[in-house]
Design a protein around this ligand. Structure first.
Ligand code: ITT
Length: 214
């Protein structure tokens, strides 16, 4: 595969400080022959996420890493949007976990708010994971790729795999297990991957191979 179609080489800066994302990107990009160095590996600071959309924050993070290094940089802004909570936590998914991050607490908040809203059925607990990837390149426009996974929120966390909100999210195209109960291969592998991040990476791959970005 030629990677110079988008002006990138087989090494990319991944503008993230999130270990869970880093692991998933390494797994998703390795089959494409791309290795990543994380923002943390490069000693880059974590920019403040001042935008109100996934696309805005993804672009902000990618451009910050590209400007600091002079190299192409890929960023991911993602989160879980819950219909009965008017889309929350959405772009604020990381912030709901506080500082230092406590996703047990963040998942508890989501579950409490759904209980308060009297959302008890799977339909009433509809949610989606969304990931927008931004590829910032020196001297070229930033490209965006969006992936989405619809599903619902469970009534209690299940499974210790994955990261973040995985234990309370059941993808609608799965077999009823949460992402927290799935191996990485089950969450994002195969020809028709379940996860929002893998779906965004598939669009990135298509653009590398000659397709278009969003
Ligand atoms: P970076 O900005 O450094 O990449 P972050 O954790 O702050 O790291 P975001 O602002 O994009 O990243 O926050 C997204 C949050 O949404 C993240 O912290 C996770 O808790 C959650 N999230 C995103 N994708 C997820 C996934 O596949 N599984 C579980 N939780 C996920």
């Amino acid at each position: 595969m030629t990677k110079d179609r988008l002006g990138i080489s087989d090494r990319l800066i991944l503008a993230t400080h999130n270990e869970g994302k880093l692991r998933e990107f390494r797994e998703l990009l390795a089959p494409m022959g791309i290795t990543v160095m994380s923002a943390a590996d490069c000693g880059l600071p974590e920019p403040e996420e001042t935008e109100t959309t996934f696309a805005g924050n993804a672009e902000l993070k990618a451009v910050a890493a590209m400007s600091a290094t002079g190299l192409p940089a890929l960023a991911d802004d993602s989160g879980v949007t819950v219909e009965a909570l008017n889309g929350d936590p959405g772009v604020y998914s990381a912030r709901w976990a506080g500082e230092p991050r406590d996703f047990g607490m963040a998942m508890g908040l989501v579950l409490d708010k759904l209980a308060t809203a009297d959302a008890t059925t799977d339909e009433a607990r509809g949610a989606a994971f969304v990931a927008v990837l931004a590829l910032a390149r020196p001297g070229a426009e930033t490209l965006l790729f969006e992936g989405r996974c619809d599903g619902h929120i469970t009534d209690a966390p299940r499974g210790g795999l994955g990261f973040g909100y995985d234990p309370i999210f059941v993808p609608q195209d799965g077999d009823g297990r949460t992402f927290g109960e799935m191996s990485s291969e089950e969450k994002h592998g195969g020809e028709r991957p379940l996860s929002h991040r893998a779906r965004a990476v598939a669009l990135f791959k298509a653009a590398l191979e000659g397709g278009g970005a969003r």
